[in-house]
Design a protein around this ligand. Structure first.
Ligand SMILES: Nc1ncnc2c1ncn2[C@@H]1O[C@H](COP(=O)(O)OP(=O)(O)OP(=O)(O)O)[C@@H](O)[C@H]1O
Length: 346
């Protein structure tokens, strides 16, 4: 069986369902003067209806670039260089702006970190919401407004008929994020992509917005791709995980296995950085020693080798790129020592 097919089938608990999204060998580059930043490198995975996939990794690991590549939102000088993204079998790579924007907002809903960035400050919430609905659904203004009010009520905006006439600045950050979630689900998308949706919010509001996303996904059965740095969110909300490092998915696994039996040293290092208030030395935040590699430089071996407690001294790690290894647990790891890591935990 080709490795990519194996990778798609393994590491994801809903492997029997037909995927709504299939990503194969996706590569995205930023062409800069004198160099090419390879931000997304040969990424393959599937997303099935109802699946809640977390995408985790340090800053700069390619999480957002990967997600934006799926929906044609990579900003220039970025470009999908190769690979395939299929939504219910339809190829999205190479579609024109008009075609991809018809899919964005309809089949794939988006929620970003900064709710203000997704809203026009000069238009009322109502006019933006009605526009979002009418681009994709054949409804009158009155019907679209009615639907917008229903959705605002669903996400917890009180008195939506009055609030819909307000401007974004008249909403709190948490409420704006609720509005964006309502807009993201307005056209009943098969997939919701949420990129750090709670980072800009205080802890209490974060919890409320996460509960909301969880409830919405439960009720509607859409697939969720949640990009986050926060492994607590992964544990609370998601069932499967892609761990990204230097543009590649280095481990694909279930959330359970992520915490109990990580099979890539980078995943282990990320877990070690989870803050434990009882053991963290005051004033010192745990971090993985060293820094990620230059994404414009050639990477002949494992990108994590320099920082890896296991592989830093191993010749093979510096010279040979690790292939995807499918482990007994179903996890997929791109580490030369994945079997040893797995064995060490059993
Ligand atoms: N507009 C750009 N121009 C040039 N390079 C870019 C641009 N945007 C992203 N990159 C490159 O792509 C890499 C991946 O960026 P990306 O935003 O996907 O990381 P991320 O994992 O989402 O990080 P964060 O968690 O901080 O959002 C970056 O390290 C950077 O080198």
């Amino acid at each position: 069986m080709p490795v990519n097919t194996e990778v798609q089938r393994a590491g994801q608990e809903q492997s029997t369902a037909t995927p709504v999204l299939e990503i194969n060998n996706l590569c995205t580059n930023f062409e800069l003067p004198g160099s090419t930043v390879q931000a997304v490198r040969d990424v393959s995975f599937t997303l099935c209806p109802g699946q809640r996939l977390a995408v985790v990794g340090e800053s700069g690991s390619g999480k957002s670039a990967m997600a934006m590549s799926l929906v044609g939102l990579i900003p220039p000088p970025g470009k999908v260089a190769s690979g395939s993204v299929k939504l219910r079998g339809k190829e999205l790579v190479g579609l024109g702006d008009k075609e991809i924007s018809a899919i964005r907002g309809k089949d794939i809903g988006l929620v970003f970190q900064d709710p203000m960035a997704g809203l026009d400050p000069l238009k009322t919430i109502g006019s933006q919401f009605v526009e979002t609905i009418r681009v994709h659904q054949n409804l009158s203004v009155r019907q679209a407004k009615e639907l917008a009010c229903e959705l605002l009520a669903e996400v917890g905006v009180n008195d939506p008929r009055r609030r819909i006439e307000d401007y974004p600045h008249q909403y709190s950050g948490g409420m704006r994020q609720r509005v964006l979630i309502a807009m993201a689900i307005a056209n009943d998308p098969a997939v919701v992509i949420a990129d750090e949706p709670t980072t800009a919010l205080d802890v209490t509001t974060q919890a409320q917005v996460l509960e909301l996303l969880e409830r919405i996904c439960d009720e509607r059965g859409n697939a969720l791709m949640m990009i986050t740095h926060n492994l607590g969110i992964v544990r609370q909300l998601c069932d499967s995980v892609n761990v990204m490092y230097a543009g590649r998915v280095v481990e694909q696994t279930s959330v359970n296995a992520l915490f109990n039996e990580p099979t890539h040293p980078y995943t282990k290092a990320l877990l070690d950085c989870m803050i434990d208030p009882y053991t963290t030395v005051r004033g010192q935040l745990p971090a993985i020693p060293g820094s990620p590699p230059d994404l414009a430089a050639a990477q002949p071996g494992c990108a994590f080798a320099e920082r890896c407690p296991l592989g830093s001294a191993e010749k093979i790690c510096h010279e040979q790129r690790p292939e995807a290894v499918v482990l007994a647990s179903g996890a997929v790891s791109r580490c030369h020592f994945a079997h040893e890591l797995e064995g060490a935990q059993s």
